[in-house]
Design a protein around this ligand. Sequence first.
Ligand code: SAM
Length: 296
Amino acid sequence: MTTTTTAPPGTAAPAAGVELSDTNQHYDLPAEVFGLFLDPLRKYSSGLYLSKGDTLEQAQLNKLRFVAGRLQLGGGQRVLDVGCGWGSLTLFVADELGCEVVGVSPAGNQHAYIAGRAAELGLADRVSTVRGHFETVDLGERATGGFDAVTMLGSIVHMPDLDVVFRRARALLRRGGRLYVSESCFRNAAARAAFDAREGTQFVRSAIFGWGDMRPLSDLVRAAEDAGFSIASVDDLTDDYRRTIDDWLVNVDAATDELDAIRPGTAATLRRYLEVANAGWGYTTKHYALVCRRAR
Ligand SMILES: C[S@@+](CC[C@H](N)C(=O)[O-])C[C@H]1O[C@@H](n2cnc3c(N)ncnc32)[C@H](O)[C@@H]1O
């Protein structure tokens, strides 16, 4: 979702009275909806198009390798995947790199889906998930500062208090561990002030996600630094998200009948959300990958 998903452009602070548990009805849609327009791994965030001919599937694999590289995962590390979606990154780093991965998400359907895929792939001993919101979820013995890496692909937009999020992420990491965040952002504070209340933004916020808060990158950097992180890198993935969403739109058009058979009107709602998301790239919105290091 960033607003794009990874967060699509279109998220704001939760309305008064909105509880965390009330949010993100979008991710509680039947898992088959996402199987009809995402790539085979159901990665719901930007891909990385390394060549003109890259398909959506290739771009998402490129992106998973990019994330692993930015986190310097060489194999066997402990990873916390916050906002794990349908498990694309969780399962990828467990399978390809032998990592031990814990996924976190408030969306109930996603846990059963990931457990099924982990069993099919023979990864059940390395993959587990916890249902809840990152800010408050009980991670039990795992909350010991023993993670080598924490990832947030398209999920921080759904978390209202950046200071709580970055502080908790830092506390969960070992010294030298890394946090990877990719998120859609307003291009700057002025763009946020001008567009946050616009009709398209409000549609994405209320009709799709329930709520969310897309910020400028500077807000994320400020909160990361205040939490004690050292910024290791920033990559601009704006054009990649535009292309990813173009590919999703092609899939939505091709699967309109199946989507509407699951729930009437699903295809039109998805199309509008994705078109709103793609309208702002480079002008009002950007998509960044931010890597932070717990230096001490
Ligand atoms: C756009 S999806 C991205 C999923 C996944 N990271 C990917 O790239 O495919 C956002 C995810 O964040 C999760 N989410 C929303 N609010 C959250 C919170 N407070 N804590 C943890 N996860 C959250 C949603 O349930 C969903 O799984």
